[in-house]
Design a binder for this molecule. Structure first.
Ligand SMILES: Nc1ncnc2c1ncn2[C@@H]1O[C@H](COP(=O)(O)OP(=O)(O)OP(=O)(O)O)[C@@H](O)[C@H]1O
Length: 275
């Protein structure tokens, strides 16, 4: 971790404190507390249904939170610590959602996200898909956006596909374009949720190599994956989510070599063996 001039630890890019999330009466996340130092890679692991996707979605405002606090870049985005009411009315929930949506809006372009399903616009070319948000949302200069785009497409070996339509691409190629589209906004934080889960096995490695490359460039990332060898290689920290709580937190190699809890051990045994 980098230290500032006066040797104080640097402010983390993201700080999550006691986050809680409910769907109706079901609490799917509780007491979730962690920090994401700038330039670090946090890998989120856990059994199916443990809350990984929900947590990722809470971290860019796609879900309303019902308790706790999220700070980004040293400023509080959402503070739900005072929300003690466990059975809010519909109206109160709608108000909460609106207020949090407003709070996230200015951060929309500072946090990039790539999902399992590449949601490219089918009737737009690769280049049009990538340019859209930088031009229309960020109002950036076209030449600058194109220069970014060309550099990023070359980096993921997609330089020859600027004018292709998504239907003309393989799943792995579409996912590369989805990554470039997110990076073209120059985000400070990237969220990746199971981005290889719907790819054919032969496409997986190429996409994961892109993330390893980004990590080498000190991109700050939170990554949900079921690829254990990749997780081990990329993780600065593993957050093991189980039943909506962070049941274990450890350095990458430490988690894989010495899982402390039975649940973490059982989880690792249930996954494909490391190559
Ligand atoms: N919109 C929703 N409404 C109600 N319950 C939901 C909703 N989204 C998720 N859940 C529930 O929250 C829990 C956590 O789901 P989530 O998708 O975050 O888990 P996950 O760890 O990402 O699982 P997986 O590895 O299978 O993708 C699950 O029990 C799920 O059924």
């Amino acid at each position: 971790m980098t230290a500032s001039v006066d040797d104080q630890p640097a402010e983390p890019l993201l700080r999550v404190t006691d986050l809680a999330k409910r769907f109706g009466d079901r609490e799917v996340l509780r007491d979730v507390t962690f920090e994401v130092p700038r330039g670090s890679v946090q890998v989120l692991l856990g059994p199916s249904g443990s809350g990984k996707s929900t947590l990722i979605r809470c971290l860019n405002g796609l879900e309303t939170i019902d308790g706790g606090r999220i700070e980004f870049g040293g400023a509080t985005v959402v503070d739900a610590t005072g929300l003690a009411d466990r059975h809010p009315s519909r109206r109160a929930l709608a108000r909460r959602a609106r207020a949090q949506e407003d709070a996230w809006r200015p951060l929309r372009t500072r946090i990039g996200m790539v999902f399992q399903s590449y949601d490219l616009f089918p009737n737009r070319t690769v280049a049009e898909n990538i340019r859209l948000a930088p031009l229309k949302v960020q109002h950036r200069d076209r030449d600058e956006v194109d220069a970014d785009m060309d550099r990023l497409l070359d980096r993921v070996q997609m330089g020859d596909y600027r004018d292709a339509y998504p239907r003309e691409l393989s799943g792995g190629q579409r996912q590369r374009v989805a990554i470039v589209r997110a990076l073209a906004m120059r985000p400070e934080l990237m969220l990746f949720d199971e981005i290889t889960a719907s790819l054919d096995p032969e496409m997986v490695r190429g996409v994961l190599e892109i993330l390893l490359d980004l990590a080498r460039d000190d991109m700050t990332m939170i990554v949900v994956t079921h690829e254990m060898e990749f997780a081990r290689r990329i993780a600065d920290t593993v957050l093991f989510l189980d039943g909506g709580v962070i049941a274990e937190r450890a350095g990458g190699a430490e988690f894989f070599d010495h899982p402390r809890t039975d649940r973490a051990r059982a989880f690792l045994e249930s996954m494909a063996p490391l190559e």
